[in-house]
Design a protein. Structure first.
Length: 290
């Protein structure tokens, strides 16, 4: 990988890792579903008026928008609010790798390698350890929510693969039109009008900075950068770099939020990262001399 592309990969994973504690800052004063709805509303408007709609069936765009916005990020933010630390959340969401492998095997008849089975087993062992060592029912419920969001992310990956879309940035902008309404309905269903009443007063500098970071860096820039790398290099070259996301996520959570990782959690985090590394690793193909 060229140095400029490696620098781009490091920057993208850094942004995605930072996104977890920075989102937590916004959740201190704003309902998680309302915050996520604001993120995607700003990700769509005003760009949707200037960017041409992607050349795929509209159902793919709408379906991905709801799955990605409500099923993934709405649930992640709710999970963080009910007790999961942002660093742990940035790690658990990487389980989407194995959910995606499962969908590929089931729907696209893709072969799952032995290393991927071993990696999935290690990751599940680490996840089970984290669940068993969570303090309180709310924290356990939060971890299960993050697992659900990882499943939603994998479904979103399937939608993108099935759609065959090439205009990834346009796809993200147009898909962002669809999450805000169901996210606001979810907030209303759970908390009524109180979820919205204090929003204007809650938009201090910290909350606004959190929202802008989520929109323009974590959504627009990071997804453009990541998909640019996927176009330039094989998936087997790019995918392992995603292991840096929880590293940056946990590290930045410790620096920004003062998060502390207990020894048992540190052990199980290492097990999960090892499982992800094993599952994503591919032996380089050696070409025979001619």
């Amino acid at each position: 990988m060229h140095k400029k592309h490696l620098a781009l990969a490091l920057l993208v994973t850094l942004v995605w890792g930072l996104n977890f504690p920075i989102t937590k800052l916004g959740l201190r004063s704003i309902d998680p579903f309302v915050l996520t709805g604001m993120r995607f509303a700003l990700a769509a408007v005003p760009l949707v008026f200037f960017i041409k709609r992607p050349a795929v069936r509209f159902g793919y765009v709408a379906g991905y928008g709801v799955i990605f916005g409500l099923g993934m990020w709405g649930v992640i933010n709710y999970g963080i609010q009910v007790g999961v630390s942002p660093g742990i959340a940035s790690l658990i969401i990487q389980l989407s790798v194995f959910f995606t492998l499962g969908w590929g095997c089931l729907l696209f008849k893709e072969h799952i390698r032995r290393a991927q089975w071993v990696g999935a087993l290690l990751a599940l062992m680490g996840l089970a350890g984290i669940i068993c060592t969570q303090d309180g029912e709310h924290a356990v419920f939060g971890v299960l929510l993050i697992v659900l969001s990882a499943l939603a992310w994998s479904i979103g990956n399937v939608i993108i693969k099935a759609s065959g879309v090439n205009e990834i940035f346009s796809f993200m902008v147009w898909a962002s039109l669809f999450p805000p309404i169901p996210l606001c309905l979810m907030a209303w269903w759970m908390h009524g009008s109180t979820a919205f009443e204090n929003v204007p007063a809650s938009l201090d500098l910290t909350a606004v900075t959190s929202i802008l970071f989520q929109v323009y860096l974590a959504t627009h820039f990071a997804y453009w950068g990541w998909n640019s790398l996927l176009k330039a290099y094989p998936v087997s070259t790019v995918a392992p770099l995603s292991l840096l996301i929880p590293v940056f996520g946990i590290g930045s959570s410790m620096l920004i939020l003062g998060e502390r990782i207990s020894t048992p959690h540190l052990i199980f985090i290492t097990v999960i990262i090892s499982g992800l590394a094993v599952g994503l690793y591919r032996k380089p193909i050696v070409q025979a001399d001619r």
